[in-house]
Design a protein around this ligand. Sequence first.
Ligand code: AMP
Ligand code: MG
Length: 495
Amino acid sequence: MRMAAIAFDNSYSALGSAFYTRVEPEPVSDPRLLFFNDDLAAMLGIQAGSLDIAEKAAVFSGNRIPDGAEPLAMVYSGHQFGAFNPRLGDGRAILLGEVVAGGERFDIQLKGSGRTPYSRNGDGRATVGAVLRESILSEAMANLGVPTTRSLAVVSTGDLIRREGWLPGGVITRVSRSFVRIGTFEYFASIGDHDAMKKLANYVIDRIYPDLRDAGNPYEALLAQVIERQARLIAHWMRIGFIHGVMNTDNVSIAGETIDYGPCAFMDGFDHDQVFSSIDRQGRYAYGNQPSIGQWNLVRFAETLLPLLMQGDDTRAAVAAAERLLNEFRDIYHQAWFDGMREKLGLVTQARDDARLIDDFLDLLDRDTADFTLAFRRLSSLGLEPSARDAEMKALFHRVPDLEAWLARWRQRLRDENSRDAERQQRMQRVNPLYIPRNHLVEAVIRAAEDHGDMQPFHQLGEVLQNPFEERPEWSEYARPPKPEEQVLQTYCGT
Ligand code: AMP
Ligand code: MG
């Protein structure tokens, strides 16, 4: 008998039926493999070579359940745009199972694989466009060094699904250090199942945070860890101009990964209040709101943990402990953001006015809606002495004298720490990407795939985004901001 290609080792399924519903993917008509991530497969120890292309299409569309998989849909709740929804769950995703690789455990999950008991009125499906988008964005984030779910495979189903008109269906296989979310904890809190809550917390500690087992109060330590990972994650988003778009608590990973790429986007021109998502009419999840929303979400998490934080009947002590940890979010976030921004400006030491220098640069960007990515990238190639290169930087701004005044301050600050051009430029180019998945690029790739069945642009963009920091002349088209007519102003959740 042939060895199973994926060595599943399932732990979530062992938690018991309170945590999920067993359900199999709904078959699709004509699965075709659009993308397979060989590097990720190798990292996960998947024997991809033992599957031919048709077998891959069958497995990663859900048509064939591989040996060892125990398909299930996870149950969870969530605060959506501030309002609590007690019963969400995987409405169109199915956890096939887990693999252990490099000492870590990973979930392998299909998304767009059909209805589950949590689908409510949804069809359980996703469009090819939406899953290609998720694949590009999540792989780009990974290559930018941001914690994220990954994309293992994308398959088109051969079926049309109803959206605004009929669109081709697709399935993405996502990989995560765990798909447990704040919403998973909220679910057990809302039904008052204390034992299950404890079981879940212990599971998460054993699986994701094993070092916390020996802490004096492991649940308090868990809260502290989740707060820290979220603070660092959001600081990372802010440093690269990423807007998640749907920071509902069901989309906040306990493992600290970026999850659920729906209407997310990278900013072109910098705007602190930028919103892309068509369903975010109040701007709740605007770029500049992400840190405070992150903290709001963690308060929801802390509330669910209170019963576990209590020693005896002392509610007040548990609340005080949780509040103390929640208050640390701001400091952790701010420190991570500040250190990252200083790196982006090429600063090694720390000086009293650094926060002002950073804020003033962002203000200039904001006032002129200057291209966020290119501004930092072009700054990375400037020298201590003004040169012809300055013109490229100035071309991004309208208020050039203000920029010149700022550049003079920045250069003085660099001289004060004896900065050397070549060394600093190299350092800055490693943290200031040149290539990001700009909306208009992603849109063009999706149009080629959906309208013409042409996957070449997708693969080409994927190759560029694997090397976001490395300038290549033949990739200049991928670096430029959109022309006015190419600009994508809204992204859709109608995924
Ligand atoms: P999201 O905001 O995309 O994370 O989705 C929120 C909830 O809606 C989750 O429980 C999803 O599983 C569910 N959902 C989203 N789209 C669909 C769909 N097309 N069919 C079924 N459930 C869906
Ligand atoms: Mg979600």
